[in-house]
Ligand binder design. Sequence first.
Ligand code: NOJ
Length: 526
Amino acid sequence: MSTQPWWQTTVVYQIYPRSFRDTTGNGIGDLPGITEKLDYLATTLGVGAIWISPFYKSPMADFGYDVADYTSVDPMFGTINDFDVLLDAVHERGMKLIIDWVPNHSSDEHPWFIESRSSRDNPKRDWYVWREPSPDGSPPNNWVSSFGGPAWNYDDHTGQYYLCTFTKKQADLNWRNPEVQEAMFDDLMFWLDRGVDGIRVDVAHYVMKDPRLRDNPRLTARPMTITKDHGEYDMFEHLYDKGHVDNHALYRDVRALLDSYQPERFSIGEIHLSDWEEWASYYGDLDELHLPFNFSLLHSPWTAADIGERVAAVEAAVPAGGWPSYVLGNHDDSRIATRFGEQHMPVAAMLLLTLRGLPTLYYGDELAIPERFIPAEEQLDPHGRSLPGAGRDGCRTPMQWDNSHNGGFSPHGAAAPWLPLTDDWQDRNVAEQLEDPQSLLSLYRTLLSYRDSSAVLQSGDYREVDAPDGCFAFTRGEGSLTIALNFTDVTLELGFSGKVAVTTYLDDVAAPGVLRPNEGLIIEPG
Ligand code: NOJ
């Protein structure tokens, strides 16, 4: 029996709840829709955990990442009873449920903020970050919002600015006030007490700010390490508005809270940092976040050399006793099928599910759903509206279940889905791919089932091995398994021997000495 905690051996599936399955017919996915599809997740696909993006009460300025009540379900997603039913159904299937926790900011419609903005002497004034205007009336410092424009919004009523790192409807909480920590921890315990298994911490390294709110140094050029355009935001060194050293004390407190529960509860933090040492600091002495998300593959060019380099960097950065994590797609970045190219999806699947670490699979990537082009003027996403080209609607389109009305996303007679499906939904859907033994979905099923029964893939060590150009190869479990991935469109000769356990071609003619174009192999000793 493995002594490893569940979060090291499982595979997480990320659900964007608006887009998974609509049971009420309002065009928006809901919690009962997730419950309805649990057998697909647990049995057909075979993942062990789900992470659900926010479903809390929200005015939806950032589609739920603007929380107006941390302890309720937005009626558009269902009720708290629907949540309890979902959680029980997850546990009945032996799965785990991870929820999103958004500590950096609340909605401006949260009762805490409504009180805070009501007067300068309101007891909750200091729960948010309020400052006097500069002498010329401009914002208190030069911080910019990650969605564009100043990170400050002027409040006419009280004559001060409040800090808002994202939209103006997302006010940054002041975590230097101990009452905020107490209230946020109470709200978190509401879910932990109900039995949720873990949390995904939104923008985890943004939470603590420089107490003096100093100006960030301005850069003369956009850093080469930035892969996604955030406009003006990229033109500053974010010395003072994120990554503050005091985050570490906060995550030690979060960890102590999680560790006070039995069975153990888990945390994975959204940490976008290209400095590996700083990134790894969020493991602490294994007493902070259980895992920081690692976005390096998601932002990588699709070449064997780039991917190999990034995996080596992750392996080198993770502290002794720590555990890596990998992700290729999520609700903030364009769909991988479009970014990497559909022909590369089988190798991407094998890469994600064979590396050492916790993989997170974004809903629909198991079908290679492509990015849907949505013009800037039609974007619903606030980021897409403020910065043309940055829109995230295209990766959040409804899940494609079958070729019935609206791809089986919503019932007959339903309102139009909140976003259009991708154009190919009639051919690209779960039902179609289940019929095809060589579809990407069939490959995911094969890989997940293989991984589920392979202690080596779940826990074995990782070593890169020599391979021809264009191939990235590594072993797991002291050489027990060799994984060879061809990133090119040509056949590559390999020096490997053994027995092919899985080929991404899902046929029976694969050979351990040869990699066909874009083929991946799991090779067992012969
Ligand atoms: C990160 C989330 O992933 C993103 O969707 C959201 O817009 C921002 N945090 C703000 O909460």
